[in-house]
Design a protein around this ligand. Structure first.
Ligand code: NAD
Length: 367
């Protein structure tokens, strides 16, 4: 029997290509993984009564407790709820860890960056509680709010609700502080807009301060989100682990990815108390689907996070080193890592996998 069984969801768009590259690289570490491959996303919707996440896929993740997934497309403006958001909610994957680390050889305006965004993954404006403009229930809600708060909301408004709970905030900060401790980090920064949204972000900041008191060995501070955005591009070296409500985390983790070379290099780990689903920060980049063009390194680095989670730390380190080696050599990298995006020397997704696998084979531990 294999040492680990992992659910693999190839995903939409460039997903199948980057997932296959990541699987090859993870297998080349020698860690014994049995992969349970399950399709989800746009491709299975028709056969599955319009549902992009078949029950057997969720059952597989529940059974194996660990999954790695390619990006899934959410069509804009169709009323289809994001399958990614639903997956995080159904499996209660409440903390999304997005490390943003600069590797020598990456073209970026910044060097030596090693930041981590911990994004709360289940609450905030992503809770999916929305009321469409003009609907009876929306008008009723508008009337109720006007009656209770004495404030007027225009009757032609759509409404999204932003719930932030003590429970949700406490567990994500406890997770972040523990993660910081376990990974030798020195500081946690709580990001918020408590000056304006006193009952949601204000609660977030209050609970963050309470939890910080439980971890005196880790430095704690807070930043207002707009100031945080500016500071990240001016002096990113001042920051370490940053904990953010869902929406700010979504936006600022892409900003951090931009600091270290772009979405092609930004991995992620959706984590809860029972399950973990690893995925790149980038989406399905439909424009590049099937062209062997997308950078698989973000998926591979998600594989590094997965190996650490499986307690295969030595293999995780070898995989990260192999990726770093390929980046530093600069020969077998995709278009997005070249100075000129049309550089004809850029290689494809599968060639990057070849290079990482070869490097792992060169570095394989001898018996
Ligand atoms: P995207 O990340 O798919 O693409 C934005 C741009 O980033 C691309 O045009 C491309 O230039 C670049 N890019 C992204 N990944 C790359 C890679 N691996 N290598 C090289 N370049 C890369 O974002 P989008 O266009 O806003 O979203 C497309 C779809 O993906 C949407 O349906 C969205 O909902 C979905 N999405 C899914 C996830 C997920 O599954 N976790 C995350 C984000 C977006």
């Amino acid at each position: 029997m294999a040492r680990h069984t992992v659910t693999l969801i190839p995903g939409d768009g460039v997903g199948p290509e980057v997932s296959e590259a990541a699987r090859r690289a993870i297998d080349a570490t020698g860690v014994d993984i049995a992969w349970e491959v399950h399709a989800a996303g746009l491709g299975v919707m028709e056969a599955n009564n319009g549902d992009p996440m078949p029950q057997h896929v969720l059952d597989s993740i529940r059974r194996n407790r660990v999954a790695i997934k390619g990006p899934l497309t959410t069509p804009v403006g169709t009323g289809i709820r994001s399958v990614n958001v639903a997956l995080r909610r159904d499996l209660d994957l409440y903390a999304l860890v997005r490390p943003c680390k600069w590797y020598p050889g990456v073209r970026s305006r910044f060097e030596d960056i090693d930041l981590v965004v911990v994004r709360e993954n289940t609450e905030d404006l992503y809770a999916g509680i929305e009321f469409a403009e003009g609907m009876d229930e929306t008008l009723e809600l508008i009337d109720t709010i006007s009656r209770l708060g004495g404030r007027t909301i225009r009757r032609d408004s759509g409404i999204s609700i932003k719930p932030i709970s003590v429970f949700g905030t406490m567990r994500v900060f406890r997770f972040a502080f523990r993660w910081a401790k376990d990974n030798g980090r020195r500081k946690v920064t709580a990001v918020h807009k408590a000056n304006i949204m006193k009952h949601t972000d204000g609660l977030w900041l209050r609970v963050a301060r309470e939890v910080a008191g439980e971890f005196p060995e880790i430095e704690f501070e807070d930043r207002i989100v707009d100031n945080m955005a500016m500071q990240l591009v001016q002096k990113p070296e001042l920051y370490d682990v940053m904990v953010m409500p869902n929406l700010y985390g979504d936006i600022l983790s892409d900003l951090c990815a931009g600091l270290v070379g772009g979405l092609g290099l930004a991995p992620g780990a959706n984590t809860g108390d029972e399950f973990a689903v690893f995925e790149a920060t980038h989406g399905s980049a439909p424009r590049y689907a099937g062209q062997n063009k997308a950078n698989p390194m973000a998926m591979m680095l998600s594989g590094v996070l997965m190996l650490r989670h499986l307690d295969e730390r030595e293999a995780a380190m070898r995989l990260e080193n192999a990726i770093a080696h390929v980046i530093a050599e600069g020969r077998d990298v995709t278009y997005d890592m070249k100075a000129d995006r049309d550089d004809p020397t850029a290689v494809g997704t599968s060639q990057v996998a070849d290079a990482v696998v070869e490097q792992l084979e060169r570095d394989a531990p001898s018996d």
